[in-house]
Design a binder for this molecule. Structure first.
Ligand code: DAH
Length: 356
């Protein structure tokens, strides 16, 4: 019994020397330390050792166990480094003259539509702003005139983080930050004109029309004499350019705590030209862009005097726009990672079969 641990150590060392791959290290570990491995076999044999020698024998087994455990960790590190080096060496040997496949990679349809809309707004003097996906209660709700326990929050349940932060439910969450960033424009007599596209999150039951992760594009304009006509003009121009045809829009009253008055901007359904079809639920109209005149409380929260300045805001459903632009009838495609479908979209490809 007393020689056995030493023999085991020797056996382990000789086997360990031969090892060249991570998977073999794992094999070695199982062979020696696994439930039915050598060390456990020795433990079993401990039962037959006379009582007066048990302690000593036990200690020896523990020592060898410790030794094997340590050696295996070291071996694992060593082999990993070796494998990494091999990988790097082989990467260096790649063939530069290999022809590049022209089919590799494509833009996501939402990226395409986003860029298109960005270009149009840039042409009308808007800056394009970036904003994080993680924000807080103040920016997402409070600064937008949605106090705690306001019923408007019910529709915007989201993912809360342990840091008291949350995933933004709408791009409006950036309004306060962007208004503050550009409010000096107003002092120098220039308007604030900005759009900010972004990914939004909501606790949503997923179906063909709803996703828990989707894209919006917010836009704001603030100056001294802004009116609803300015809002309609910008929206109509943008939509007509995106759809390459004259778009008919209508405004309906809509309630959003951060605008007053608030509207739902609908566009005439492009699939049936307003006659009524499944895509527009037979109404002939599609809800595309809620909007309105920025509420005085929102301007005040950003340090802008609502007596002096006025503005409009809109929250374009970018995902919805992409669906209409390309005739996608199931929103789940966008987050599916299905490259066979997702790679069909290009700037030019505007005529994917609708409702297939
Ligand atoms: N943030 C709103 C939502 O996601 C949409 C919205 C409505 C944005 C009206 C606006 C607006 O800027 O004026 O439900």
């Amino acid at each position: 019994m007393f020689e056995k641990p030493d023999e085991l150590k020797e056996l382990f060392n000789s086997k360990s020397k031969e090892i060249k791959a991570v998977s073999d290290v794992e094999q070695l570990r199982i062979e020696f330390l696994g439930k039915k491995g050598f060390v456990s076999g020795l433990m079993q044999e401990l039962r037959n050792v006379p009582n007066e020698h048990k302690k000593e024998a036990g200690q020896k087994i523990n020592e060898i166990k410790q030794y094997i455990e340590n050696s295996i960790s070291e071996k694992m590190e060593e082999i990993k480094k070796l494998e990494e080096k091999l990988l790097i060496d082989s990467a260096e040997a790649y063939d530069e003259s290999m022809p590049v496949s022209k089919d590799m990679g494509s833009y996501h349809p939402i990226t395409l539509v986003k860029r298109e809309v960005e270009e149009i707004f840039k042409g009308m003097g808007f800056t394009v702003e970036d904003y994080s996906e993680i924000t807080d209660d103040y920016n997402c709700f409070e600064a937008l005139n949605i106090p705690k326990y306001h019923p408007a929050r019910d529709m915007q349940d989201t993912y809360y983080l342990s840091s008291n932060q949350l995933l933004k439910t709408h791009t409006s969450a950036a309004q306060n930050t962007i208004l503050r960033k550009y409010k000096s424009n107003l002092d120098s007599g220039n308007p604030i004109r900005a759009i900010f596209p972004g990914r939004c999150f909501r606790n949503e039951k997923i179906d063909a029309c709803h996703e828990n992760t989707f894209f919006q594009m917010e836009g704001i304009m603030v100056d001294k004499n802004i009116s609803i006509s300015n809002l309609i003009y910008f929206m109509k121009t943008m939509l007509s350019e995106v759809f390459k045809t004259d778009i008919t829009v209508r405004l309906r009253p809509g309630f959003f705590p951060f605008v007053e008055p608030g509207f739902e901007l609908d566009i005439q359904c492009l699939i049936c030209n307003g006659k009524g079809c499944p895509s527009c639920k037979d109404s002939g109209w599609l809800e595309l862009c809620p909007c309105g005149m920025i509420h005085p409380n929102v301007l005040t929260a950003a340090g802008i005097d609502p007596e002096e300045y006025i503005g409009f805001a809109f929250g374009l459903g970018l995902t919805r726009l992409a669906m209409m632009r390309y005739g996608v009838n199931d929103i789940r495609l966008f987050n599916s990672g299905n490259l066979r479908e997702l790679s069909q979209f290009t700037e030019k490809n505007f005529s994917r079969p609708v409702n297939e």
